[in-house]
Design a binder for this molecule. Structure first.
Ligand SMILES: [Zn+2]
Length: 154
């Protein structure tokens, strides 16, 4: 399947880029690791199941809840939050986002300069090859498509 960049996608489906951008921000705000959206204006904490209101797409209530209730616990239980697998995942995701957002070719992951930059920033990180990156982009595309469909049907 041909991959559309989000901007072409927005054009084709007539979705405002503003909406796309907000949903992208929403999606990648780290606080979403701890909350699920249960209705349009309600979220549920994954750690303690408490429901919070979600207004104007603002994550501040969630952040406050998380910081007040869970941040300390998590630091005690897992002092290595941003290392290892989750760190790799975060970088993978950032690269996928970069490819989508900046309309970069998949061959980006084979570019010497890009590799050197990553090596400098994160010596332990190993870049995925084209194939897994392509799979991740396809997944994002499908997610985005579903999301846009829902918004259009609303
Ligand atoms: Zn909670």
């Amino acid at each position: 399947m041909e991959i559309l960049c989000v901007f072409c996608f927005a054009l084709v489906f007539g979705v405002s880029l503003d909406t796309m951008d907000q949903s992208r921000k929403r999606k990648f705000s780290p606080v979403w690791d701890h909350f699920d959206l249960i209705t349009e204006n309600k979220v549920k904490c994954r750690i303690c199941s408490q429901e919070l209101s979600y207004i104007n797409r603002s994550t501040s209530t969630m952040l406050r809840h998380y910081r007040a209730r869970h941040e300390k616990e998590e630091q005690v239980n897992s002092p290595v939050i941003n290392t290892g697998a989750s760190r790799k995942q975060a970088i993978d995701e950032a690269i996928v986002n970069m490819i989508i957002k900046d309309c970069q070719p998949l061959s980006l992951v084979e570019d010497e300069g890009f590799k050197e930059l990553l090596q400098l920033l994160e010596p332990s990180y190993v870049l995925p090859s084209r194939k897994p990156i392509k799979t991740m982009i396809n997944q994002k595309y499908e997610e985005k498509k579903e999301q846009v469909k829902k918004e259009l049907l609303r």
